[in-house]
Design a protein around this ligand. Structure first.
Ligand code: A3P
Length: 285
């Protein structure tokens, strides 16, 4: 509400939008490395590269967790263009000037079952930290199917951005985590085109695209010192950066969900997405 009242978006702003545990850390890294590739060459990314010194969540901050917290109004006017922000808010709840100013939005959606397992594991780390019993996966799935999720029901969140993408494809880019895993370089190129800085022939020949893929990869990012021992202050508490990295694979849900629960989620997803034209990469719906 504070951001809605006080934030003034610019057409040059780029906002990463995701549900938690859908690849936020990854897309933040890819976007930052992409936009800043001239001053911070990804092939020689060393300690002075912000992704390596402060990590993706220090480079691109969340409106609701890091900027507009506790009724604070941060001074964002002095930030140079393009300003990069992140949010987990549903499309309908975004500060209104984002839509009206023509800022760009990069949305990443993930298979609901993998998202659920990742969210369940992350939430349990918090529960244990706060001396609460961990939730069983069955309870987590029950809450998920009832739409009781952080930032609202999964399906409403995804469809909100999907419809925005269909209506304004130049303003809202829509990625799927599973497709990013399959073809990371193609997504890095699409991201660069979307933000108005496609790769030149020289950059292609220099292997800049592959260097961005490599520097932002799970293997590279999870091994960094800023990940292994760094922390990020979010309004919900101080989070160890390592908690944003678990396995980073597609289909890990099969190790945790019963076939019945998986089927139940697939049936709900098929019904919710019916007629929307949205196809999830992982299960062909
Ligand atoms: P898993 O829990 O399935 O491993 P978020 O960044 O939105 O919190 O999402 C976290 C999920 O993305 C975790 O999934 C994490 O392992 C995965 N992830 C983090 N960094 C990644 C990267 N560079 N490449 C691929 N997946 C990544």
């Amino acid at each position: 509400m504070v951001a809605d009242a006080c934030f003034t978006a610019r057409p040059s702003d780029i906002v990463v939008a995701t549900l938690p545990k859908s690849g936020t850390t990854w897309i933040k890294s890819l976007l930052y490395a992409n936009v800043h590739r001239r001053e911070h060459h990804p092939a020689t990314a060393a300690d002075n590269h912000p992704l390596i010194s402060v990590g993706p969540h220090g480079c691109i901050k969340f409106f609701e967790y890091q900027l507009y917290t506790r009724n604070r109004v941060p001074d964002l006017d002095k930030l140079p263009d393009p300003r990069l922000f992140a949010t987990h808010l549903p499309f309908v709840s975004l500060p209104r000037t984002i839509a009206t100013s023509g800022s760009k939005i990069v949305y990443v959606c993930r298979d609901p079952k993998d998202h659920l397992i990742s969210q369940w594991d992350f939430a349990n780390k918090f529960r244990v930290m706060n001396q609460l019993e961990p939730l069983s996966v069955e309870t987590a799935a029950e809450l998920f199917c009832a739409g009781l999720s952080p930032f609202g029901p999964y399906w409403d969140h995804v469809l909100g951005y999907w419809h925005a993408h269909l209506t304004r494809p130049q303003q809202v880019l829509f990625f799927r985590y599973e497709e990013m895993q399959k073809e990371p370089a193609a997504h890095v190129r699409r991201l660069a085109e979307f933000v108005g800085h496609p790769f030149g022939v020289g950059e292609e020949e220099d292997g800049v695209v592959d260097a961005i893929v490599r520097v932002c990869s799970f293997e590279h990012m999870s091994g960094l010192e800023v990940t292994r021992s760094g922390k990020t202050d979010l309004v919900i508490g101080t989070v160890e950066n390592s908690s944003f990295f678990r396995r980073g694979v597609v289909g890990d849900w099969a190790n945790h969900l019963s076939p019945e629960t998986a089927r139940r989620i697939d049936v709900i997803t098929a019904a919710k997405f019916m007629g929307s034209g949205l196809v999830l990469a992982s299960n062909g719906q």
